[in-house]
Ligand binder design. Sequence first.
Ligand code: GRF
Length: 203
Amino acid sequence: VNLAVFASGTGSNLQRLLDLSRLDELGGGKVVLVVSDKPGCRALERAAAAGVATFAFYPKAYPDKPAYEREILDRLREHRIDWIVLAGYMRLVGEVLLQAYGGRIINLHPSLLPNFPGKDAIGQALAAGVSRTGVTVHFVDEGMDTGPAIAQEAVPVDPGDDADSLAVKIHAVEHRLLPEVVRALCRGEVWLDNGQVHWRPQG
Ligand code: GRF
């Protein structure tokens, strides 16, 4: 099962997937391509260090989103990608990729969706004064963080928490939850049917 991971920044979640891929602990999944809209970002360095192919592009070098997504699609096909994992990819996926990979794209988001979609979900949660937030892994549709949830886990917001301390707790959960979901997808234990998420009963 060939995986492409899309990332725009640090890539700590990407690193987890790269490590587990190398150890063959992703349910048969292999990270074979890393795509980034931020040439030079840390995530791309991590991919290179792991010996994984990369495709980096400047969105502004293209006339529009369909144009760069068609180029991404060429690379995905070249590498026979089965699943796309968005791990800190800071762009909305457009029609070209959704047409080709609908139901085979997942995203990681640092809140309990539908709460706090979009940018700076951690800051949004702190500003709202909630006592718990969390992590969601969901299928991607045309909306901003709106697709059906596959897995969610709560993280408490403690009285002394600031953006940094809360981010540390959220990342710890992400680093466990995202690989769990990717493993389940690769094993065919979870799938999307008619907009509904199904899990194969365990046992
Ligand atoms: C994660 O918190 C993820 O939920 C959000 O972007 C962050 C990426 O972190 N979409 P990293 O680049 O994996 O360290």
